[in-house]
Design a protein. Sequence first.
Length: 299
Amino acid sequence: MNNVKTSFSIRDMENLSGIKAHTIRIWEKRYNLFSPERTDTNIRTYSLESLQKLLNVTLLYNNGYKISKIAKLGEENIPVLVNEIIAEKSEKSHALNSFKLSMLNFDQALFLNTYNELTEDKTFTQIFNDVFLPLLNELGLLWQTNTISPAHEHFITNLIKQKIYIHTEQLQFEAPTKNDEVYVLFLPENEIHELGLLYVNYQLALNGYKTVYLGQTMPVESLEDLLKYYNNIRFISYFTVTPTKDEIDTYFERFGEVLKKSPGSKLWVLGHQIQDFDEDSVKDPIVIFKSINQLLDSL
């Protein structure tokens, strides 16, 4: 059990629940909702059970329940009421909390059980947009505040990748219905963050397009090989870490030389590194998208 995180600081509790540390202290003192232990230097530490309770309390609180009423429910009644609310309208919040606990404790079974519950009435696209994307957006903050480690992030993102692989493979048994354009998806050299690109590939396959998925750290020069096989290629890349913002102009110049050899082909780019990039400085055949949904809407 030494790989399970069982002790949390009040900042961890704040980051994971979205409830301010000051508010948690008030709930603790006024309503006796939590009983943290104290270190020798009088610093609060909270158990895994306290975190689970806080996540449940947060769900109730965000659904209109007054904290004074929640405090009177009793330990055994809070999960019951949470399940009733989940059944009605808050499945997303519950799933987010379950996935967080799965990540914190490297609990694959909890991830799979939560995911399977979601599939009962949601498509994979809905699950990704409604639950996985908000979760992934939180990971950056949790990592920056040392609430989670890179190991936690890798654990949860690889489980999500597995689901994308499974759903993409199911689509690939069918021949593409749209063959006018070929989408070649790749990450630039030294870029390994491919979850977003994998999801774009899934959506393209879902919509009947032919895709060629090349994956991580592809040199620009190697992409020229694709020009021997296809015309009207839509190259798609995702800049999460590289190229750096200072290197993007140079990268686009290099890629522009490749595109000159194939009139009609384009480079579509999205990702963190181009969020603040000046779109006016980029001209066709290079196109910048600020989000996955913006790219998909352009199809």
